[in-house]
Design a binder for this molecule. Structure first.
Ligand code: ADP
Ligand code: MG
Ligand code: ZN
Length: 484
């Protein structure tokens, strides 16, 4: 018997992401798409699957689908064809889901990730396809019974199928964040994992390094956050490795991630539909997607993050880290650009947006859209700082006050009594008092050449002046007062 030599394994990961579209109405009927309203209040014969009811395609949903496809560098199909995906589930009243099988709306795209491969090139993940489908309803398990809410049934979805191109849980995590970032530029979805408007299934296998053929994969469902995706993949890779190293073999499986126990477990086989018996949806005719339509949609695409990133690096000479951060949020990037239109100091303004503005947003748990400080008001603040009317500490305090009260920089600085008036008299008086108070200690030390002592004396003066002084100005003044 040969002793097993240690094989190094490489993970292969491909993700399937469902995006709920923010259309006014559902995919095939006129019911409103809305979250958090009374159960089953947004239903009609079509989305209830009543016999004889006929679906009609939502043009806006198709347009959003094209928008997503173009943003992911996909080809757009020349015609739309829907298929039935048959399976039984209590929250699927028709007994089938209308989806797209062999002719997806979008195909052959790619997503560029803000990480580099071994040759230094940006890592690319192929987008195999993105197709339209309808969502199912929701089963709510309560007190030992199950209730069904069909408000979500028929909500338009785009399923984005990524190529098996990711090689670590971390790359999968970056892929998801990048995909979400790019989709956020399009305004086609809420993209909330909490509300379920963004969902991910993760496929993973391992293979001996250097081998081309893929290994047997697991598909993991029930992933509630990007972190959960990463953790589940790590767990599953470890499990696969242990099985293979132990001489065992794997079978293709669908697993559920258990967020509490941090482990995967097989779905009950009942939940694992294997043959959907796809066939063309007889109630919907195929229809053409004219190239003029595609080009019209393309013309409405915003500048996408990959391009914006390059521009921020080239035009504003930002660090890669700051630039990636800023373009990560379309509204934040736009806030930043509006601000630097008013002050041609891209790095200085970036430091504020990446630093204090972000801190404030995180503290308040809000997005930049909800911040009560406009780009112009931020610049007003930076100008007060530059003019010596505020110092680095009080400027931050004033910024916090602006976010609190929604008032401008000067007004807030006055109100908070932080404005440095060039009151030479007050400054001289404070310096004299401090020198007298510390003449035996810090002042003597300073005279003996201890530079640290000056910092202490500046701090004491700042205290007396209640922060309303510029420490850069105080230093030389104190030194002069001591040395005569
Ligand atoms: P299915 O039709 O069974 O869902 P697909 O070929 O559409 O399978 O692949 C679904 C997802 O699984 C894709 O994101 C793809 O990248 C990924 N995938 C396919 N094969 C493997 C594999 N061997 N290991 C890891 N991921 C895989
Ligand atoms: Mg699939
Ligand atoms: Zn309906």
């Amino acid at each position: 018997m040969a002793t097993a030599s240690k094989v190094e394994y490489e993970p292969v990961i491909g993700l399937e992401v469902h995006v709920q579209l923010k259309t006014a109405t559902k995919m095939f009927c006129g019911c409103a798409v809305q979250f958090g309203v009374p159960a089953n209040s947004l239903t009609c014969p079509v989305c209830l699957g009543l016999p004889g009811a006929l679906p009609m395609v939502n043009r806006q949903a198709v347009e959003y689908g094209i928008r997503i496809g173009l943003a992911l560098n996909c080809q757009i199909a020349h015609r739309i064809k829907f298929d039935r995906k048959n399976y039984f589930y209590p929250d699927l009243p028709k007994g089938y889901q209308i989806s797209q099988y062999d002719e997806p709306l979008c195909f052959d795209g790619e997503l560029q990730l803000p990480i580099h491969d071994t040759s230094g090139q940006p890592k690319i993940c192929r987008i195999t396809r993105a197709h339209l489908e309808e969502d199912a309803g929701k089963s709510i398990h309560m007190d030992g019974s199950t209730l069904v809410d069909l408000n979500r049934a028929g909500t338009p979805l785009v399923e984005i199928v990524g190529g098996p191109d990711l090689r670590s849980p971390e790359e999968a995590y970056v892929y998801l964040n990048t995909l979400k970032r790019n989709l956020s530029y399009l305004g086609v979805s809420d993209l909330s994992m909490e509300k379920g408007s963004l969902r991910c299934d993760a496929n993973v296998s391992i293979r001996p390094k250097g081998q081309e053929k893929f290994g047997v994969r697991s598909e993991i469902k029930n992933l509630n956050s990007f972190r959960a995706v990463r953790a589940a993949l790590e767990h599953e890779i470890k499990r696969h490795t242990e099985v293979l190293e132990g001489g065992g073999s794997l079978s293709q499986q669908t697993l559920l991630w258990d967020e509490e126990k941090l482990e995967t477990r097989p779905m009950r086989s009942k939940e694992e539909a294997t043959d959907y018996r796809f066939f063309p949806e007889p109630d919907l005719a195929t229809f053409d997607v004219p190239r003029e339509w595609v080009e019209k949609v393309r013309a409405t695409l915003p500048e996408m993050p990959e391009k914006r990133l390059l521009r921020f690096l080239d035009d504003y000479k930002l660090s890669e880290q700051d630039a990636v951060y800023l373009v990560g949020d379309k509204a934040l990037a736009e806030f930043y650009e509006a601000a630097i239109k008013l002050m041609d100091e891209p790095k200085k303004v970036a430091a504020w947006v990446v630093g204090e503005v972000t801190r404030e947003l995180n503290d308040r748990n809000i997005g930049i859209e909800e911040l009560q400080v406009s780009p112009a008001e931020l610049i007003e603040l930076i100008k007060l700082l530059d003019a010596g009317k505020l110092n680095n500490i009080t400027a931050k305090e004033v910024f916090h006050g602006m976010a609190e009260e929604g008032a401008g920089a000067l007004e807030t600085a006055k109100k908070l009594n932080k404005l440095i008036e060039q009151d030479e008299g007050a400054m001289d008086a404070a310096i004299a008092e401090v020198i007298e108070e510390f003449k035996d200690k810090a002042v003597a030390d300073f005279k003996n050449g201890e530079q640290k002592a000056l910092g202490f004396l500046i701090g004491q003066c700042m205290r007396k002046l209640k922060g309303k002084a510029n420490p850069k100005e105080l230093g030389p003044k104190i030194a002069k007062a001591i040395n005569g």
